[in-house]
Write a protein that binds this ligand. Structure first.
Ligand code: FHN
Length: 433
C-alpha cells in the first residue's frame, strides 16, 4: 500500500516537473524572419558605456584595481554625461554602414544604465544626470531604422544575492540568494523588453564566471520569448549554443578561430553567427588606449566575417561625457564610405559556402558570388573550389572590362593578371546560372 502510494506521488511529481520545464525550443515564424534579417544586416555597433567610463581604464576597472564596491558606487554621484546625444550615436552607426546597435544596459559592475524599478543603482535614480540614455537611444534607433539590442550582464560584482566569489555546489552558489537574483534579472529584462521601443535582441554575458551554475535559462529565455517571440537571444558563454538561443556569438575571433582562448569550446552550430571585436584594445573607454585599428583592418574584419557567414559587431567605448572620440569617428567615416561603395557584396549575403582561401573569402547572394581578394594570390589567378552552377561572367565590382575565368569540375579559376589589386579588397563579381 505504502509502495503504491509512493509510486503515485512520484508519478504526480514527474508530471508536475515536466509541466514546469520548457519544452524543446521551437522558434516562431517571426523569430526565424528576425534571424534572417539579422544575418542580412551584417554590421553592427557594440557600445560599452557605464559609470566606469569616468575612470578611463576600461569596464573591468573596479575588479582589476580592487576598488571596494561601496567606494566604486560613488562614481554614480559624478556620472553626468551632459554631452550624450542619441542622435550622434545613431548617426555615427549609420554613417559607418552599421545596421544595428548593441549597447550595455548593465555590465558586470551591476550599474543599470536605464531606469529600473528593481534597483536604485541606476542612471536615473543614482546620478546627477537623472535621465535615461537607453530610452533616448531606443527612440532614436526606431526613428532611424537601426535595430537595438541590449547587452545584459549575468554576472554582478556587487549584489549580495549574486554573492560574487562564492562557490557553486550542485548548480547553486553557496551564499547569496540565487533564485532571488534570477528573478531580479527576469524583472529587469521584462522592463527592457516592454518599456523600450523596438528592442530586437538580448546579448547575455558572464555565464563563464559560473559555468557550473544553473542559470535557469529555460525560465529566463522562456520569459523573453513569451514577451516577444521575435527577440533574438544570444549568450557569450563561449560554448556551443544552448536551447532557446537564436544566434551564436564569438568574441575577438572569427568563427572557427581561437586566438584568444575564448573559443576552445565554441563549436559552430546552425544558428546565425556574430563576432565582436574592439576598435582599439578596450571595450570600455580607456584614456591611454591609442592602439586604434586601421580602416584596412576593420574593413577586412568585416569582409572575413561575412565570408565565414558571421555578422561583425564592432565595439567603441564612448567617453564619460557621452561623446565618441574623434579617432573613432574619423576611422568609421572612412569605413562607411567603403561600405557604401561595396555594400552589395556584404549586406544580405551568406558566407561559408566556399571555405576561406589563402587569397580571401567568398560571399554569395542569390546567383551572384563575390570573391574578396584581400591578400595578393601566390599565382596569377585565384581558385574557388566547388562552385555550384555554371559561371556566366566575371568582372570587378568596381567596374571595368570582363575578367577571364575557366570553370573545371573541381572549381573555378579567375585570372588576376592584368588587374590592379586593391590593397584592402579586390572584389570580383561572378554571376552564376
Ligand atoms: O567581461 C566581458 C568584457 O568586459 C566585455 O563585455 C566582453 C565583450 O564581449 N565580454 C566579456 C568577456 O568575455
Amino acid at each position: 500500500m505504502i509502495k503504491k502510494l509512493t509510486l503515485a506521488v512520484l508519478v504526480v511529481l514527474c508530471c508536475l516537473s515536466s509541466a514546469f520545464a520548457q519544452a524543446k525550443y521551437t522558434p516562431t515564424v517571426g523569430n526565424m524572419a528576425a534571424r534572417r534579417h539579422f544575418q542580412d544586416m551584417k554590421f553592427g555597433l557594440f557600445i560599452h558605456w557605464g559609470i566606469y567610463s569616468i575612470l578611463g581604464d576600461g569596464e573591468w576597472v573596479m575588479n582589476q584595481r580592487k576598488i571596494p564596491y561601496n567606494d566604486y558606487k560613488r562614481l554614480a554621484d559624478f556620472f553626468n554625461p551632459q554631452e550624450f546625444n542619441a542622435k550622434e550615436w545613431v548617426a555615427f552607426a549609420k554613417k559607418a554602414g552599421m545596421k544595428y546597435i548593441t549597447v550595455t544596459s548593465r555590465h558586470h559592475d551591476g550599474f543599470s544604465m536605464f531606469k529600473t524599478g528593481l534597483s536604485a543603482y541606476n542612471i536615473v535614480d543614482a546620478t546627477p544626470y537623472k535621465k535615461d540614455p537607453m530610452m533616448e537611444l531606443a527612440k532614436e534607433c526606431e526613428k532611424e531604422g537601426i535595430e537595438l539590442h541590449f547587452y545584459y550582464s549575468l554576472l554582478d560584482w556587487g549584489r549580495p544575492d549574486y554573492a560574487y566569489g562564492t562557490t557553486v555546489v550542485d548548480g547553486k552558489p553557496q551564499a547569496g540568494d540565487w533564485l532571488g537574483y534570477i528573478n531580479f534579472m527576469k524583472g529587469q529584462l521584462t522592463e527592457l523588453i516592454t518599456k523600450y521601443p523596438g528592442v530586437k535582441g538580448i546579448w547575455f554575458d558572464g555565464n563563464w564566471e559560473r559555468p557550473k551554475a544553473d542559470w535557469h535559462y529555460d525560465d529566463i529565455y522562456g520569459t523573453i520569448h513569451k514577451l516577444n517571440s521575435s527577440i533574438l537571444i544570444g549568450n557569450n558563454h563561449h560554448l556551443a549554443p544552448k536551447e532557446g538561443e537564436d544566434f551564436q556569438m564569438f568574441e575577438k575571433d572569427l568563427p572557427g578561430a581561437n586566438t584568444t582562448g575564448f573559443s576552445a569550446d565554441s563549436k559552430i552550430g546552425e544558428l546565425p553567427l556574430e563576432t565582436c571585436e574592439t576598435i582599439n584594445d578596450n571595450w570600455g573607454f580607456n584614456i591611454k588606449d591609442d592602439h586604434y585599428k586601421s580602416t584596412k583592418q576593420i574593413i577586412q574584419y568585416l569582409v572575413n566575417a561575412a565570408g565565414k557567414n558571421a555578422n561583425f559587431l564592432l565595439n567603441i567605448g564612448p567617453m564619460p561625457n557621452g561623446k565618441i572620440q574623434p579617432e573613432f569617428t574619423d576611422t568609421m567615416a572612412v569605413v562607411g564610405k567603403w561600405v557604401q561603395k561595396n555594400g552589395e557584396s556584404i549586406y544580405g549575403t551568406r558566407g561559408a559556402v566556399v571555405p576561406a582561401q589563402q587569397w580571401g573569402v567568398v560571399t554569395v547572394k542569390g546567383k551572384t558570388m563575390y570573391a574578396h581578394i584581400t591578400t595578393a594570390p601566390a599565382e596569377k589567378y585565384i581558385f574557388i573550389p566547388d562552385v555550384k552552377g555554371t559561371v556566366k561572367s566575371a568582372a570587378l565590382l568596381a567596374g571595368g572590362p570582363a575578367i577571364k575565368f575557366k570553370q573545371q569540375p573541381e572549381g573555378l579559376f579567375v585570372y588576376t593578371d592584368g588587374l590592379t589589386l586593391d590593397p584592402i579588397d579586390t572584389i570580383v563579381k561572378l554571376t552564376v546560372n
